[in-house]
Write a protein that binds this ligand. Structure first.
Ligand code: GTR
Length: 327
């Protein structure tokens, strides 16, 4: 009897060990999507995450990045991630706005006073809470990547809010962005990034808004030459993992993935700064005019209705307050 018990225990132990070993030794080939090409800072950030994953697991966990929008628009790739057809995606936070309400907060106009303020907020518990709020919608938020500040570009200089009146402004596919454009006095046309170049050429839209690296990489600077520094939003980029896939991954591997994403952030920020400077040179050489004397206050003063309409829950109000209180 004693021998039998001992044997059973030994067998059970052996089984448990081999099971554990199997779980952690299983190869994991992750697939990510990004709208931009291989040289863009967000793709370079994802690739850094992949290098860290391979290094830390001796090549057992790998990350293949499908760049240049090969797997679809941001909205489409987010849907693939939701159903687990794709493991992760890097998107701007804006297409998450209609999916997971708290992501509206870091998208809000003129919320962050500076890039440094934005970093402080997103690197703190506030940033983690916002990402975690997407879990019930099928997304595990892993990290924020830099995206600078967004400004308006069109065929004329914009010096004050009044200059926006009646402009057909392309915005991202988010209700918040439609309201934001309306508050500026513009007519919002939501569309995916990939359609904006043609939209501008054909006159479907006559203005858009983005950071300098996007203005350059999308070649929009070839069509509209005035980039006016309204700096109305610092909506960051996010790396979102599929909850459907996540739940099938052993806890130890989840930890490694989370950490690799977090540890890729510092590199991504450096890639961002380098590209920001390089892109500015390219657009200037291409004949773009950077308009710096913008009456930002006229824009800021018009944003009250956007806050009233979109910062609706006690949680969102609290998040906004906590961000504003950061020194
Ligand atoms: C860029 C961002 C893209 C995309 C784009 C847009 O800054 O990197 O992911 O969201 O903006 O305006 O659609």
């Amino acid at each position: 009897m004693a021998i039998t018990l001992k044997t059973v225990t030994a067998v059970l132990l052996a089984l448990a060990c081999s099971h554990g070993a199997l779980a952690t030794e299983k190869k994991l080939e992750l697939r990510a999507a990004d709208y931009w090409d291989d040289q863009y800072p967000t793709v370079k950030g994802l690739k850094r995450m992949g290098e860290l994953l391979s290094q830390r697991t001796n090549g057992r966990i790998t990350l293949k990045v499908f760049s240049s929008g090969g797997l679809g628009t941001e909205k489409e790739t987010l849907e693939q991630v939701k159903i687990g057809a794709l493991d992760l995606v890097r998107v701007n936070i804006s297409p998450m706005n209609n999916i997971c309400q708290d992501t509206i907060v870091p998208t809000l106009p003129f919320l962050f006073r500076s890039i440094d303020h934005m970093h402080k907020a997103l690197d703190s518990a506030i940033g983690d809470e916002i990402l975690a709020s997407c879990e019930s919608k099928g997304y595990i938020g892993l990290a924020y990547y830099d995206s600078g500040a967004r400004s308006v570009y069109t065929k004329k200089p914009i010096h004050t809010l009044a200059d926006m009146k009646g402009l057909k402004l392309r915005v991202q596919q988010s209700d918040l962005w439609v309201a934001l454009a309306a508050a500026m006095g513009a007519n919002a046309t939501p569309m995916p990034m990939g359609e904006v170049y043609t939209g501008m050429r054909t006159g479907l839209v006559d203005a858009a808004e983005n950071n300098i690296p996007s203005y350059e990489s999308s070649k929009h600077f070839e069509v509209v030459k005035y980039y006016s520094k309204t700096e109305h939003s610092m909506a960051p980029e996010v790396v979102m993992f599929s909850k459907a896939v996540w739940e099938k991954i052993p806890a130890e591997d989840q930890k490694v993935i989370r950490q690799a994403a977090k540890d890729s952030v510092a590199a991504q920020r450096q890639f961002w700064d380098e590209r920001d400077a390089a892109s500015l040179k390219i657009v200037l050489a291409g004949g773009a005019q950077i308009v710096s004397d913008v009456d930002k206050k006229s824009f800021q003063d018009a944003m009250g209705p956007v806050y009233d309409k979109f910062v609706t829950t006690p949680k969102m109000k609290e998040l906004v307050k906590r961000i504003q209180e950061i020194k």
